[in-house]
Design a protein around this ligand. Structure first.
Ligand SMILES: [Zn+2]
Length: 300
């Protein structure tokens, strides 16, 4: 039975990739992550139907597409991806779909010298945490949309200008908030290594138990090293991402406690996914500000 289901699934996928679908909708745009959905939704008008694949609490590194996603991919004419291997398990699908549909990868458009290397030829994909880089990604989505939908060009241009001005305001506000953290406390520790761009942009040292991807492994040695670092640097708080379990950092907290020190565990940091749609944290601006507020409250 499982074999038949799998076979049908791959036949459907093959059909999707092999031919331009009859149910494709001209103004249906699909974004992979919430952050890309937020850009696309904010710079288009109501003549577009903007959708996304990965919602609240979904880890993009380990994401596997479902039957429902195939229907969304089938309907779309324009797909916005992060690239840089963030959507690791879906790369081959996007590659094949780009034969028939417009598939853009904002990460691939960023100048290489602005990207953070993550070993070999790979780069850290968490580019939305550098607001200057993210601004260039907004323009990439906007320019491609204007090219594809020339009749909506001026509306997209105007909305892009407004969205970028909101992002610039956010940058100013959060920079000021972060300045209140004393130099010795400027260390952000999370489960996986998603905040290197954030750290670089805001002069905050960043440490994590896992690597750039949540698929990377770690061992007892990594836990012990982090425990020693926390004690030596008198770190006050550890931050758990909303897409991940708290059990790994709980082990670190326990290690610190067993050596007679104390560190607080703060949950609810938005790393690879926004909050629930319809709430403030379900927007890119709200998610970013919520993170900064949490970091400032617990580190200053
Ligand atoms: Zn990540």
């Amino acid at each position: 039975m499982v074999y038949i289901v799998k076979l049908l699934f791959f036949l459907f996928l093959f059909q999707l990739i092999a031919c331009k679908s009859a149910i494709e909708e001209k103004n249906y745009i699909l974004a992979t992550t919430g952050m890309l959905y937020d850009i696309t939704k904010n710079i288009t008008d109501s003549t577009f139907k903007v959708d996304y694949l990965m919602g609240e609490g979904v880890d993009p590194h380990l994401y596997k597409f479902s039957q429902r996603d195939l229907q969304k991919l089938n309907k779309s004419t324009f797909i916005v991806t992060n690239g840089l291997h963030l959507e690791g398990k879906m790369n081959f699908v996007f590659e094949k779909l780009s034969r028939n549909k417009i598939v853009i990868s904002v990460g691939d458009s960023v100048e290489k010298n602005k990207l953070i290397k993550s070993g070999g030829n790979l780069h850290d994909p968490h580019i939305w945490f550098d607001l200057d880089i993210w601004e260039s990604c907004i323009l990439v989505v906007s320019n491609n949309l204007q090219k594809q939908y020339p009749d909506r060009k001026y509306i997209i241009q105007n909305k892009t200008t407004n969205y970028i001005s909101e992002v610039r305001k956010l940058k100013q506000i959060t920079k000021k908030m972060l300045e209140s953290i004393p130099t010795s406390n400027r260390v952000l520790i999370t489960t996986h290594d998603a905040f290197q761009y954030f750290g670089k942009a805001n002069k905050i040292e960043v440490k994590a138990l896992q690597g750039i991807s949540t698929a990377s492994e770690f061992g007892i040695k990594d836990v012990n090293e982090l425990v020693d670092f926390i004690i030596k640097r008198k770190i006050k708080a550890l931050f758990v991402e909303t897409t991940l379990s708290s059990k790994f950092l709980e082990a670190v907290q326990e290690g610190v406690r067993s050596k007679g020190a104390k560190v607080v565990l703060v949950e609810g940091l938005y790393a690879d996914a926004m909050g629930e749609l319809g709430t403030k944290e379900g927007t890119f601006l709200g998610m970013y500000e919520s993170n900064v507020r949490k970091i400032v409250e617990n580190l200053k």
